[in-house]
Ligand binder design. Structure first.
Ligand code: C5P
Length: 244
C-alpha cells in the first residue's frame, strides 16, 4: 500500500459544504475520508448522497453500530448499499451481533455486485480507562485493559470482520494476536511538527511510529484539516511515512 493510501482524513465538521471543500481539495491524495456522528447528526442521510456523489473517493462511515443482531445486520445492509469503503460496529455487541453484521455486509455487497466495504469493530473506546472498565462496566479484574482489547479483537476476527479501530498503544499486541492481514485503524496520531500541539489527544504517536507498530490506516483530523495549506500537510505526512 502506498503511504497516501494509509491516510484517513477525519471530516469533523458540521456541514456538507465544509466537508466538500476538504474532499475536493484532497481527493486523490489520501486514502479515505471519515464521516462520523457529528456530520451525520447535522445532515442526516444527505451524508450518504454526498458519499455516492463521489465515484472515485473512498469514505469511512464511523457510525459505530451497537444494537441487537437483527437491527445491526439491517443497518449494515443499508450502509453497504451506499458504497462506503469502510464502516464500523462495536465489538462489545458480541459474536452473534458481529457475525450477523459480517454476513449481512458480505451478502449485500454480493447481491449488488459491489466491492465489499471493509468492516471493522471498535474494541474499547480510548475514553474508557481501566478503572471505568472495572468499577462501572464491571469486567473481570483479572483482565487488564490491553488484554481485554486483544480479547475483543480476537472475537472480531472470529466473527468474520476485517479488523478493528485501536489506540496506538494496543496495536502491537493486536497485530501479534490477529496476524498481518488484520486491518488496524489508528487515531491519536500527531506528527512531530513544532507548530502542532496534541489538542485533546492524550497518548499520541507520530504517523511513522504508528505504522512501525503495525497500524494499517491512520485517522488524522486537525493536523490536516486545520493546516494553513492542507495539501502541503498531506505531502509532508506522506514524505515522513516513505522516508521512515
Ligand atoms: O483531529 P484528530 O486527529 O485528533 O482527530 C481524530 C479523529 O479520530 C476524530 O474524528 C476522533 O473522533 C477519532 N477518534 C479518536 N480516538 C478514538 C476514536 C476515534 O480520536 N479512540
Amino acid at each position: 500500500m502506498q503511504a497516501q493510501d494509509r491516510l484517513i482524513v477525519a471530516l469533523d465538521v458540521s456541514s456538507l459544504d465544509e466537508a466538500r471543500s476538504i474532499v475536493e481539495e484532497l481527493a486523490g491524495s489520501v486514502g479515505m475520508f471519515k464521516i462520523g456522528l457529528e456530520l451525520f447528526t447535522a445532515c442526516g442521510t444527505e451524508v450518504f448522497q454526498f458519499i455516492e456523489s463521489y465515484q472515485n473517493v473512498r469514505f469511512f462511515f464511523d457510525g459505530k453500530f451497537h444494537d441487537i443482531p437483527n437491527t445491526v445486520a439491517a443497518a449494515c445492509r443499508n450502509t453497504t448499499r451506499t458504497n462506503v469503503g469502510m464502516f464500523n460496529i462495536h465489538a462489545q455487541g458480541g459474536i452473534e451481533m458481529m457475525s450477523a453484521a459480517a454476513k449481512a455486509t458480505r451478502e449485500e455487497a454480493a447481491a449488488k455486485n459491489i466491492e465489499k466495504p471493509i468492516l471493522i469493530a471498535v474494541t474499547v473506546l480510548t475514553s474508557i480507562s481501566e478503572s471505568i472498565l472495572h468499577e462501572q462496566i464491571k469486567t473481570s479484574k483479572d483482565l487488564d485493559l490491553a488484554n481485554y482489547v486483544v480479547h475483543l479483537a480476537k472475537m472480531t476476527q472470529e466473527a468474520g470482520l476485517d479488523g478493528v479501530v485501536a489506540s496506538p498503544r494496543e496495536v502491537p499486541l493486536i497485530r501479534e494476536a490477529c496476524g498481518n492481514d488484520f486491518v488496524i485503524v489508528t487515531p491519536g496520531i500527531r506528527p512531530n511538527w513544532p507548530e502542532l500541539g496534541k489538542d485533546d489527544q492524550k497518548r499520541v504517536l507520530t504517523p511513522a511510529e504508528a505504522i512501525a507498530q503495525g497500524s494499517t490506516y491512520l485517522v488524522i483530523g486537525r493536523p490536516i484539516t486545520r493546516a494553513q495549506n492542507r495539501m502541503a500537510a498531506v505531502k509532508r505526512l506522506c514524505g515522513e511515512l516513505v522516508s521512515h
